[in-house]
Design a protein around this ligand. Structure first.
Ligand code: 16G
Ligand code: MG
Length: 552
């Protein structure tokens, strides 16, 4: 397609097959478009056109598209775009995506496409290349077909990767675009990814003891086939027992299992009771395998969560240690990025050892902040995160001439970590191997890892309000600026609680306001959360009769 007329004609030939539902407004949010899968056909068709345009805009570089709704219920689906280096879509284009998705008719859609081409000065003569994949959801295949129509309508070349994890798709995008350059990221195939990760893992644990069988809860999602393949590559270096692998059982995806279930309900997936033994460690992936939560049962069969904060503490301390052992502490600064949801005890533990930054919720904020450190460790408490090695850190590692065998060993470890850790996005399988490396090096079981610090009791509640857009935050979402006066009331309340901390923010993914509270004692954390929720409810002029009982 080299002219606007050709493109308009192409779109006209397909767009009416995928009309926009009239009563819905779509929004490209923190995780792309996400809603009931059956409502998304028009959106994915248009994302096909958008991905083609994005590729043309970037001189034919390959753009990634992932069809997934991650940890959401099985009937939901979603779609997001991946930029050429494997990172999330540039913010300005999120806006373009929303506009394209909401054009009410084919004519209106063609008009906004033409406007976008003019506005962003796209040369339509450039090629368009797109690689795409989906998770295991039942609506995935139909949506892929609609998406392919979008590619056909715009004359783009598509590469169908079928069922893949979100992090593998990000990996592939980076590999394809960096092929043949000095920054070549790896072989552009899932097996290439498996080889890279497992190869680095084996080098990092050579001569160390891993702690027996690791149970992996695959959330009955796309992580299951990927973990199965990874287990073959790992062989004896890390025995895995995969559970919740039923990707074809209706209703099973993310149902009472997976990282989101474990983190939110703070308990063992019922499917693991009788499977997980006391002292043994296990981990849960989410529905698209970009989030990871560990846990174990103690000798009294009590459940213990090892969440993103615990992963961050374990990994950051290990990397700091290796940098020091390599004699590079003056050259490489390791820093950590968290959000307001990070447990206060984790922030204290980390801040005593290295610089810590707090940013608003959402992976893109953490990712960008982590890029400012030479080695940036970022994890959300919910288990999404990774470690970024900056070009200057990579160069420092390459140039370093070690003067002792111990320095040489630490240097090798750091270089292998670059290969082990997915540099494009949080990756449950890569993070799982990373945790296992550190545990093997430290001879830690889950119990010693958990003992790095003790979580402050905390409570998360959501409040349904009339209009969540009236809630405005500052200071990385830790304080409210609107509605006026509410923050002062929260401050007065928090002061009454020993070790109390609480904050309120509008959700980016649901029509609710979230309240987080922590305190030294469990009942106090609960009480503080509910009292703040009550304040939120009152301030939004809610009907007192309808005021939920637990907020009283
Ligand atoms: C999205 C974000 C996740 C964040 C969550 C918060 C990405 C890829 N995902 O799932 O990072 O923790 O939203 O949800 O950015 P909330 O705004 O509803 O609390
Ligand atoms: Mg996910």
């Amino acid at each position: 397609m080299t002219t606007i007329e050709d493109l308009s004609e192409g779109i006209r030939a397909y767009a009416d097959l995928h009309p926009k539902p009239s009563n819905i407004q779509f929004q490209y949010g923190t995780a792309g478009f996400r809603t009931l899968g059956v409502l998304l056909e028009s959106v994915v068709f248009r994302v096909g056109v958008l991905a083609a345009l994005r590729s043309k805009k970037l001189d034919g570089k390959t753009i990634g598209v992932m069809i997934t709704a991650s940890h959401n219920p099985e009937q939901d689906n979603g779609v997001k775009l991946v930029d050429p280096r494997g990172e999330m879509l540039e913010a300005a284009w999120e806006n373009h995506a929303t506009i394209l998705a909401n054009a009410p008719t084919t004519d209106a859609f063609i008009e906004v496409v033409e406007n976008l081409i003019k506005l962003t000065k796209i040369d339509l003569a450039k090629p368009a290349n797109v690689v795409y994949a989906r998770d295991t959801r039942p609506t995935g295949l139909t949506l892929v077909a609609a998406f392919q129509d979008g590619l056909k309508a715009s004359g783009a070349t598509g590469r169908n990767e079928d069922i893949k994890t979100t992090p593998v798709l990000h990996y592939l995008v980076r590999c394809i675009n960096s092929k043949g350059t000095a920054e070549a990221y790896g072989e552009d195939s899932e097996d290439g990814y498996m080889r890279k990760l497992s190869g680095a893992f084996k080098k990092l644990v050579a001569g160390k003891k891993t702690h027996g069988l690791l149970i992996v809860d695959c959330a009955n999602g796309v992580g299951a086939p990927a973990a199965k393949r990874l287990a073959q590559f790992l062989g004896d270096s890390l025995p895995l027992q995969l559970v919740n692998t039923s990707i074809n059982t209706e209703g099973a995806l993310n149902n009472a299992c997976g990282a989101d279930f474990v983190k939110t309900s703070q308990r063992l997936p019922p499917s693991l009771s009788g499977v997980l033994r006391a002292g043994q460690r296990a981990c849960s992936l989410d529905g698209d395998a970009d989030r990871l939560i560990f846990f174990y049962l103690d000798e009294r069969n009590q459940f213990h969560l090892l969440d993103g904060d615990k992963i961050s503490a374990l990994v950051a301390a290990f990397i700091v240690e290796q940098v020091r052992l390599a004699g590079l502490e003056d050259t490489i600064e390791v820093g950590v990025v968290q959000t307001a949801y990070a447990n206060g005890a984790s922030t204290k533990y980390l801040a005593e050892r290295l610089p810590v930054t707090c940013v608003p919720t959402g992976v893109k904020h953490l990712h960008h902040a982590a890029e400012h450190y030479s080695i940036g460790v970022y994890f959300e408490a919910n288990g999404h995160g990774t470690v970024l090695f900056s070009p200057s850190a990579v160069a420092a590692l390459e140039q370093r001439r070690p003067s002792t065998p111990a320095q040489q060993t630490a240097l090798n470890h750091l270089k292998n970590l670059i290969d082990l850790i997915n540099q494009t996005v949080g990756d449950a399988l890569s993070d799982m191997l990373l945790v296992e490396v550190v545990l093997a090096h430290k001879s830690f079981s889950g119990i010693e890892w958990d003992a790095l610090y003790t979580d402050l009791p905390n409570r998360l509640v959501k409040v349904v309000v009339k209009d969540r857009s009236v809630f405005k935050t500052e200071d990385a979402e830790r304080r409210l600026v609107a509605p006026a006066g509410l923050q002062k009331k929260i401050d007065e309340l928090v002061r009454k609680y020993d070790g109390g901390r609480a904050f309120v923010r509008p959700s980016g993914t649901e029509d609710v306001v979230r309240v987080y509270a922590e305190a030294i004692l469990r009942p106090q954390a609960d009480e503080l959360a509910f009292k703040v929720a009550g304040l939120v409810y009152d301030f939004t002029g809610g009907d007192p009769v309808a005021r939920p009982r637990e907020f009283l």
